[in-house]
Design a protein around this ligand. Structure first.
Ligand SMILES: N[C@@H](CCC(=O)N[C@@H](CS)C(=O)NCC(=O)O)C(=O)O
Length: 119
């Protein structure tokens, strides 16, 4: 990736899904603008326009194009800024990549959902 980049993240402070995207952007050293969404009292017009299907955070808007679903955003970041910062997924070893995907999926299904349900 080169040239002028506009990266905007719509998130919410307590969202683990948005947090993992923020962590990925920081690990990669990608400058971004953060938009805090008020999920209870009114989502921004931009969030609803960029994510009309689920109307949830996180949404990453890269040069005007929205990417949604945190796992998909993480893969997009890794593939788009390949040579920046740390790789998020093992690059060469497909087995190690499959294991990382397994644990990411496990954390999403078992950990994040349980923590939310217990609140
Ligand atoms: N599967 C989605 C889950 C996103 C999600 O559930 N976001 C919550 C905040 S943690 C949200 O925006 N909720 C607002 C709503 O349901 O209206 C992802 O991984 O991005």
């Amino acid at each position: 990736m080169s040239g002028e980049e506009e990266v905007v993240l719509h998130g919410m402070w307590a969202s683990p899904y948005a947090k993992r995207v923020e962590i990925a952007l920081r690990l990669k050293g990608i400058p971004y603008q953060y938009v805090e969404e008020d999920l209870l009292n009114g989502k921004s017009e931009a969030l609803l326009r960029h994510n009309p299907v689920h109307q949830k955070v996180p949404v990453l808007v890269h040069n005007g194009k929205p990417v949604i679903e945190s796992c998909i955003i993480l893969e997009y970041i890794d593939e788009t800024w390949k040579s920046s910062g740390h790789a998020l997924l093992p690059q060469e070893d497909t087995y190690r990549r499959a294991r990382v995907r397994f644990w990411a999926d496990f954390i999403q299904r078992q950990v994040i959902k349980r923590v939310y349900l217990s609140l």
